[in-house]
Design a protein around this ligand. Structure first.
Ligand code: PMP
Length: 436
């Protein structure tokens, strides 16, 4: 098939890895834990697609719910009008949400969820008479998608260098100490005081200028960076003390990745606003959702200075087929106990990953729930090439992983079994032994 399609017209999403040229590997089918490649091989999915297919591929319940919905009501405008499934889906999401986050706004992706969350935070501050709070705070090495809001608060300088981004954004120090390897020991014991970097920004600019701070509870795509013990609680405490809204970006950590529905519950820290996407529909339809407290919602919708001039929403907000996919996914997650599955497998997962410690080129291994990063030492003459080679070799050996530079990320569907976990680490071990 790869030979039968022209590769020129389709401009693929790109990453810095593009300097390592390879024809795209074509996926043609998927079922359960496996993709099928165009040359007929089964590829064990070690990355849940792109951190999203939490219940595994080809779920009949989701496919038939989407098909039935498209035949019944394919589309409904999202402004002023509604359809029952969107209300039902929001209600079901509110039941599993972190405490208090029971108002839900639908978007079409993680990036849209982030932009929406930032706009809600700024508009909320205005609505409660705190209009001087126009600044936003992100964190170094944070990833919040590719919209202008997301790259502004995101901590990857390369992603925003070419653009004029939002004004009044600061980035807290990241929490990762590369000199202290974790090797599956879980969140580092020390470092909670890094949350005081928010206090520094408060002293610098004045609390009355800062609207919100956004972090991923566990930074995912930039290398599975685990928050030091107590860090998120301390950040919550500082934000509350200064009237700053706390936003958790749970696009990756949401829907069971860490062994509870959301990271907020895992770390027992409630944000004011939470962004989600990916696992929301098991990857089956493009959709995101922003969860906010009733308080934030009511201030914006009914406040004394209600931001009634404000317009926000997407053509595809609460798309009927996406809601159908989301409801069916939620049914599967709950029926199969997938929200706690990562916690059940965590010990096996960590023990297996730790066995890679003795493989060549390993700099660090970070693991939590059912997510992990294997950091390889870069080739001095060609940084990034080793990670890319491992990604290609894995694919040839029937394993899909994600490479970001020299960091290999794993986040398998939560339906994975112990034998499949063993196979992931064995395959990686064999490949690393032969890698230059
Ligand atoms: N936030 C986080 C934490 C993410 O990991 C991602 C995607 N990897 C996004 C936002 C953006 O989501 P999307 O690609 O659906 O726009």
């Amino acid at each position: 098939l790869t030979n039968s399609v022209a590769l020129d017209a389709y401009w693929m999403p790109f990453t810095p890895n593009r300097k390592f040229k390879a024809a795209p590997r074509m996926l043609v089918e998927a079922s359960g834990m496996y993709y099928r490649s165009d040359d007929g091989r089964d590829i064990l999915d070690g990355s849940a697609g792109l951190w999203c297919v939490n219940a595994g591929h080809g779920r009949k319940e989701i496919a038939s719910a989407v098909a039935a919905q498209l035949e019944g009501l394919d589309y409904a405008p999202s402004f002023q009008l509604g359809h029952p499934l969107a209300f039902r889906f929001a209600e079901r999401l509110a039941e599993i949400a972190p405490p208090g986050l029971d108002r839900i706004f639908f978007t079409g992706s993680g990036s849209e969820s982030v932009d929406t969350a930032l706009k809600i935070a700024l508009a909320y501050q205005r609505a409660i008479g705190q209009g001087t709070r126009t600044r936003l705070v992100g964190r170094e090495r944070g990833y919040h998608g590719v919209g202008f809001g997301g790259i502004s608060v995101g901590g990857l300088v390369n992603n925003r260098r070419a653009f004029s981004t939002l004004h009044g954004v600061d980035h807290m120090r990241h929490t990762h100490d590369p000199s202290r390897n974790l090797f599956c020991k879980g969140p580092p014991e020390h470092g909670a005081e890094l949350a005081d970097d928010l206090e520094r920004l408060v002293q610098l600019h004045g609390a009355e200028t800062i609207a919100a701070v956004i972090v991923e509870p566990v930074a995912g795509s930039t290398g599975v960076l685990l928050p030091p013990q107590g860090y998120l609680k301390r950040l919550r405490e500082i934000a509350t003390r200064h009237g700053i809204l706390l936003i958790f970006d749970e696009v990756i950590t949401g829907f069971g990745r860490l062994g509870s529905p959301f990271a907020a519950q895992h770390f027992d820290v409630a944000p004011d606003i939470m962004t989600t996407a990916k696992g929301l529909t098991n990857g089956a339809m493009p959709m995101g959702a922003v969860f906010t407290s009733r308080h934030v919602h009511d201030a914006l919708m009914q406040g004394p200075e209600a931001a009634i001039e404000l317009f926000h929403g997407y053509t595809y907000s609460g798309h009927p087929a996406a809601c159908a996919a989301g409801l069916a996914s939620l049914d599967v997650y709950q029926r199969e106990g997938l929200f706690t599955r990562a916690a059940e497998l965590e010990e096996h997962w960590q023990r297996n990953l730790l066995s890679l410690q003795n493989a060549p080129h390993i700099a660090d291994i970070r693991a939590m729930g059912l997510v992990a990063a294997i950091e390889l030492s870069p080739r001095p003459d060609d940084p990034g090439s080793r990670g890319f080679d491992v990604f290609v070799d894995c694919f040839e050996k029937g394993l899909l992983v994600r490479a970001n530079g020299d960091t290999i990320a794993l986040s398998p569907p939560l339906i994975i079994d112990r034998d499949q976990i063993d196979r992931i680490t064995q395959t990686l071990f064999d490949i690393l032994r032969k890698t230059r």
